[in-house]
Design a protein around this ligand. Structure first.
Ligand SMILES: *[C@@H]1O[C@H](CO)[C@@H](O)[C@H](O)[C@H]1NC(C)=O
Ligand SMILES: *[C@@H]1O[C@H](CO)[C@@H](O)[C@H](O)[C@H]1NC(C)=O
Ligand SMILES: *[C@@H]1O[C@H](CO)[C@@H](O)[C@H](O)[C@H]1NC(C)=O
Length: 488
């Protein structure tokens, strides 16, 4: 309420209008504090959610690391088991090769033995034959002996007997028998020699057979041993395979849970990132809110100072203007214009206007904050040029300049109440009294309602005048510039 009254009463002059007062700024600060406080819990809440999500993520990440470590360990175990398995496979292969070789050796030794056995059989047959031959020859010899004995006996009978003519034939017969015996004996010796030979051959063959049989037995033993070695190697391999089976199972289980945990961590990471973004966004907003409140405080302070200065300057100008109006006097003209300039010049009105632009909110979009009018930009006041451009180092100022000599700078300056135009000081005339030129004048808040109304009408007229002046200014004509200068 105060803001509105203040705005109405604290209004305007031809060029300056109070758009944004201390009251407005106070109201804006209250609204900004409300906004700040309204948003703060959301920030706290999302920060809490964020830290919960981060904890959850951290825990799940450490679970992921544990699973990964265990999987690595089990993989190492299975790797070394695999190496051992490969080695055992090689061992089995080698045993199988050994067994094959033993089988070959066994087969060849068996066939050797068989051959030797056949040789033995053959040798025995030969021996039997030669033995039969010996006994046959022995019989022949015995018969030849007997025949010889018979012939010898016959010869003796013939000699001692009575048939001498039979002696030669008996003698020849005895000799024949002797020859036959010799031949038979020679044949017997021959047969005996062959028998001895065959006997030697047979015993040699038997000896060889024995050797071959022993070799076969040894080969059999070797083969049995190789078979046993292969069987045991195969058993070890099978056992190893059995042992690695549960480890394989564990690996696939761990891989599965690792994948599941990974996707969980990914999802949690996304949630965490989103929450961090939200925190950052809200924190930025919160910081901006806080900065806005701080800016509001500074604005209140600056506006208060500016308003006080303006009020004092307005009062001073009112006093001098009224004094001049009461008794128009050239000596009062200077101070009156000085007060007018002070009121209008950059120190107060222009900078105050800038301050209002700075402090008023730029938009009307936020319903929580009071809506400020669009503040037009204000041209910097031109002021009054007091230097005529003339110098007075050696001579007095030319009387036509209507100026006095400022000995500090040796320049021809205009007196207060006059301005240098085209090198001449010209009077600015009486201080403006028209309502249009009336500077900002503070009135009391407890003014009567009819007074307020009257001022409101004045404000309206001032605004219309200003709009007209602004339009003229935009047209850019020399007249507009001149009238602006006169207005200022
Ligand atoms: C891991 O994340 C899940 C959500 O995906 C959550 O329910 C669980 O509590 C987390 N585990 C730990 C130890 O934080
Ligand atoms: C020898 O004489 C005996 C009796 O006189 C006779 O039996 C035998 O057959 C004879 N032996 C030969 C080989 O002539
Ligand atoms: C201006 O000055 C006159 C004379 O000193 C005084 O009567 C009047 O109340 C003043 N007006 C304001 C608005 O201060």
């Amino acid at each position: 309420m105060f803001g509105l009254v203040a705005r109405v009463l604290f209004l305007p002059s031809a060029a300056g209008t109070v758009y944004w007062t201390v009251g407005d700024a106070v109201q804006k600060k209250a609204a900004d504090i409300k906004t700040l406080q309204a948003r703060a819990p959301e920030l706290g809440e999302i920060k809490r959610s964020c830290s919960i999500a981060d904890d959850c993520l951290k825990h799940n990440q450490s679970i992921l690391a544990i699973i990964q470590r265990e999987l690595d360990q089990v993989k190492r175990v299975i790797e070394s088991a695999h190496i051992q398995l490969e080695e055992q496979k090689k061992r089995v292969e080698k045993a199988s090769e050994d067994r094959e070789a033993a089988a070959d050796a066994l087969q060849s030794s068996a066939s050797n033995a068989q051959e030797a056995s056949a040789d033995v059989k053959q040798a025995k047959k030969a021996l039997d034959a030669s033995r039969a031959a010996v006994s046959a020859r022995t019989a022949v010899v015995r018969q030849a002996n007997e025949a010889l004995a018979n012939a010898t006996a016959h010869l003796e009978t013939v000699i001692t007997g009575s048939a001498p003519d039979e002696i030669p034939s008996a003698y020849a017969d005895e000799e024949n028998k002797q020859t036959a015996l010799d031949a038979a004996q020679a044949e017997l010796r021959e047969a005996e020699k062959r028998e001895a030979e065959d006997s030697r051959t047979a015993s040699d063959a038997e000896e060889l057979l024995q050797k071959r049989e022993i070799q076969q037995q040894e080969a059999q033993k070797d083969f049995d041993h190789a078979s046993a070695t292969l069987r045991s190697a195969q058993g070890v391999l099978e056992k190893m395979r059995e042992r690695s089976r549960p480890v394989q199972l564990k690996i696939s289980e761990l891989s599965e849970s690792l994948d599941a945990q990974k996707s969980r961590v990914d999802a949690l990471t996304k949630v965490s990132n989103d929450l961090h973004d939200a925190v950052r966004r809200l924190q930025d907003q919160h910081d901006a809110d806080q900065r806005r409140v701080a800016d509001d405080s500074r604005c209140i302070e600056s506006l208060r100072v500016a308003e006080g200065q303006a009020r004092r300057a307005a009062a001073a100008y009112n006093a001098t203007r009224h004094a001049y109006a009461a008794a128009p006097n050239e000596y009062l003209l200077g101070p009156a214009w000085e007060a007018k300039d002070r009121l209008d010049n950059t120190k107060f009105r222009y900078q105050w206007h800038e301050l209002q632009i700075k402090c008023a909110p730029q938009t009307c979009l936020d319903p929580l904050r009071p809506c400020a009018p669009r503040i037009p930009t204000l041209a910097k006041p031109l002021g009054c040029e007091t230097d005529t451009g003339g110098t007075c180092r050696w001579l007095w100022c030319d009387p036509s300049r209507n100026a006095f000599c400022d000995h500090d700078t040796s320049s021809c300056q205009c007196l207060p109440g006059t301005c240098g135009i085209s090198g001449q000081c010209q009077s600015r005339g009486p201080p403006p009294a028209a309502t249009l030129e009336e500077p900002a004048v503070l009135e009391r808040a407890e003014a009567t309602s009819s007074g307020s109304l009257k001022i409101f009408v004045v404000i309206f007229a001032a605004m219309v005048g200003m709009t007209a002046a602004a339009a003229q200014k935009r047209s850019g004509s020399r007249d507009a510039i001149l009238s602006e200068r006169l207005l200022d």
